[in-house]
Design a protein around this ligand. Structure first.
Ligand code: ZN
Length: 320
């Protein structure tokens, strides 16, 4: 499991298991407007500006070339082969299990634990995109080492990078909720822990996720190692939503710094570059992630999805 695929295994996958008809509709329906990119040797997608008229021509290419990795643009172009005539782009969120700044495992690449923590994060994000931002055309893709959330609602497709970055900060919980001074007393609980609504709820959820998965050796800006350890030791309070007590244990002067530090970690749980780049290419659902021998695929039910059950190609099972 998680071992690279040999060229022979790739060939078998694309000839015996892969079928162009398994492409999600949100890609198949506008194939001709997307730029495709391929990595043929494991050194990155250097074969770019590819286009396909239809599913048949893509299918032929994949069976003949069985690439190491396949990608397609999140952008729709009038001339995709020149990356010209940009029309719109999907809104993307990228959660890579391997790059999570906080995860409870200690693995080198990915393992079932961090993949599951990435999935938990994705579930929260999808909730926020639906519930808070009213978005609806949302697709979750298992990338092989994490997840992509792809949004195709018309109202976001034409947005520029700056607004996308703002949506990212909201969805990630990347701003610390503002202090409110009531009668000269600052109170975080009033703002986002006792009355968790809107952004405060988003922030609280993401902060909880980070605090519950910390190992205790993480670096948090402006916070001492001792405070990090105290936070981890007392996280049962967070599990029980006793934020006020948690804050007392951390100390009222240190607490705002901890909250700020966590907001920065929340941001780093997602790859911001992917969200703001309108011309990004993303791993093609149904294609093989050859570095780990997993299938990149659309996830119909993220609540129950288990990549080790659903995204393992046959050749891995047959390796013995
Ligand atoms: Zn892991």
């Amino acid at each position: 499991m998680f071992e690279p695929a040999t060229p022979l295994e790739r060939k078998r996958y694309y000839r015996e298991e892969w079928n162009v008809r398994d492409l999600p509709d949100f890609i198949a329906d506008n194939l001709h407007m997307r730029e495709f990119g391929f990595d043929h040797n494991g050194r990155g997608p250097s074969d770019r500006y590819r286009t396909f008229r239809d599913e048949r021509s893509l299918s032929r290419f994949m069976r003949v070339r069985y690439p190491f990795a396949a990608y397609s643009s999140v952008a729709f172009y009038r001339e995709p082969g020149k990356r010209k005539g940009w029309q719109r782009s999907e809104l993307i969120f990228d959660v890579d299990a391997k790059d999570l700044p906080v995860r409870s495992c200690d693995c080198e690449g990915v393992c079932p634990t961090c993949l599951d923590e990435a999935r938990e994060l994705v579930l929260m994000m999808v909730d926020t995109l639906r519930g808070d931002l009213g978005l609806d055309d949302i697709h979750v893709i298992y990338s092989g080492r994490g997840y992509h959330v792809r949004v195709l609602d018309p109202e976001v497709m034409e947005l520029g990078s700056e607004v996308r970055a703002e949506i990212l900060r909201y969805t990630a919980g990347a701003r610390e909720p503002r202090r409110k001074f009531t009668d000269g007393v600052s109170s975080y609980e009033m703002e986002h822990f006792s009355i968790p609504l809107g952004y405060h709820r988003v922030f609280t959820e993401r902060a909880r996720h980070v605090l519950l998965h910390m190992r205790g050796d993480e670096d948090i800006e402006d916070v001492t190692a001792r405070t990090v350890k105290t936070a981890v030791r007392n996280r049962d309070l967070i599990l029980e939503d006793r934020w006020g007590e948690f804050r007392s244990v951390i100390g009222p002067r240190v607490y705002p710094r901890l909250v700020k530090g966590i907001s920065k970690i929340n941001m780093r749980m997602l790859d911001a570059k992917v969200t703001i780049d309108l011309k990004r290419i993303l791993r093609l659902p149904t294609s093989l992630h050859s570095k780990v021998s997993m299938i990149c695929m659309e996830v119909k039910n993220p609540e129950t999805f288990d990549p080790l059950k659903s995204a393992v190609p046959r050749f891995v099972e047959e390796r013995g």
